[in-house]
Design a protein around this ligand. Structure first.
Ligand code: SAM
Ligand code: SF4
Length: 313
């Protein structure tokens, strides 16, 4: 369906947990977060019901996210249930990749069509520092297994001044022999990094300056895509800060506790809990009609009242 401003809403990001096995500096507090009681988290059937309602409203792409979706109990049931809904064209999942080596074949069989894997550095010690607990080798093993299982691979790297901007060429290097898309995402001032110093927030232009050989190829969704001559993969730039894409935004989000968020950066939420069938569709429609025209991040950061792991990044 179209929203109040004529944007066609076709994409749902569904968070299935706000918990995570990592504590990335920009996303999660070091101590983690208080665990929501079991009843507060959407059950498997509720996730599938929400997906069904979204499809009835014209959504044809769903991304499962979190927190870390692969640590959610029942993740395969959720994917299987959603994956077989008629009308769905793409079922994607965003993960830190640590559990992929074990789960990716089962995810494929459950109907997941695409994976985005987060990887901000190729330096093992820095990986540990950014994630506060992860092992780079586990993330790399996850990526390799996913590739072998036949998934098209997108790698998400959040660009952070003074932290990983010295690795731009190394990360682009991943596209030399592999058909990966390495996507650099501008750090957004939300949650844990809301008050980080300005020098951490670099425009995606930094990538083009660091690697002038990049040749534009096309744009896909929110990513502008580039390629280095002779390289198999592509480089994507995602610029939520420097190139606002609110005018073309086609997405809504649902949090793990069942709140529809029409915009990542707004505090507006619509409760979907306890609703079914026509009521659920009506509540989602009402939520879509509340989608604001634009965010106001540049005026003091995101207005969202949750950290990224609690929204579903
Ligand atoms: N745990 C999974 C993962 O890390 O891929 C899925 C959830 S995570 C919140 C989804 C994506 O949001 C990750 O690629 C992460 O790097 C990104 N992210 C989190 N906080 C961010 C921020 N402040 N600015 C930009 N991207 C952010
Ligand atoms: Fe976990 Fe993903 Fe947030 Fe990192 S970015 S703490 S992996 S939810």
């Amino acid at each position: 369906m179209t929203d109040e401003y004529g944007r066609n809403i076709t994409y749902l990001r569904l968070s299935v947990t706000d918990l995570c096995n990592l504590r990335c500096l920009y996303c999660m507090p070091e101590k983690g977060i208080p665990q929501l009681s079991h009843e507060k988290i959407l059950r498997v059937e509720e996730c599938v019901e929400i997906a069904r309602a979204a499809i009835a409203l014209g959504i044809h792409k769903i991304r499962i996210t979190g927190g870390e979706p692969l640590i959610r109990r029942g993740i395969l049931d959720i994917c299987r249930g959603i994956g077989r809904l008629p009308g769905l064209e793409e079922l994607c999942l965003t993960t830190n990749g640590l559990a992929l080596a074990d789960k990716c074949q089962a995810l494929r069989e459950a109907g997941v069509t695409r994976l985005n894997i987060s990887l901000d550095t190729l330096n093992p010690e820095k990986y540990r520092r950014i994630t506060r607990r992860g092992r780079l080798e586990d993330a790399l093993a996850g990526i390799e297994t996913a590739e072998k299982a036949g998934f098209p691979i997108k790698i998400n790297a959040v660009l952070m001044g003074g932290i990983n901007d010295d690795e731009i060429m190394d990360l682009i290097g991943l596209t030399a022999d592999k058909p990966y898309e390495v996507r650099f995402i501008e750090l957004m001032p939300i949650g844990e990094c809301l008050h980080w110093p300005q020098e951490r927030f670099l425009p995606a232009e930094t990538i083009l300056k660091a690697c002038p050989g990049l040749i534009p190829c096309d744009a896909r969704g929110v990513a502008e895509r580039y390629r280095l001559p002779g390289y198999r993969g592509t480089v994507g730039l995602i610029r939520p800060m420097s190139h606002r894409f609110c005018g073309d935004c086609n997405r809504i989000r649902v949090t793990a506790d069942g709140m529809l968020k029409p915009c990542l950066h707004s505090r507006q939420e619509v409760n979907l809990r306890g609703l079914q069938g026509k009521e659920l569709v009506a509540a989602m429609r009402a939520g879509i009609l509340q989608k604001p025209l634009r965010h106001h991040m540049e005026e003091g950061g995101s207005d969202a009242q949750r950290t990224m792991n609690r929204i579903g990044g």
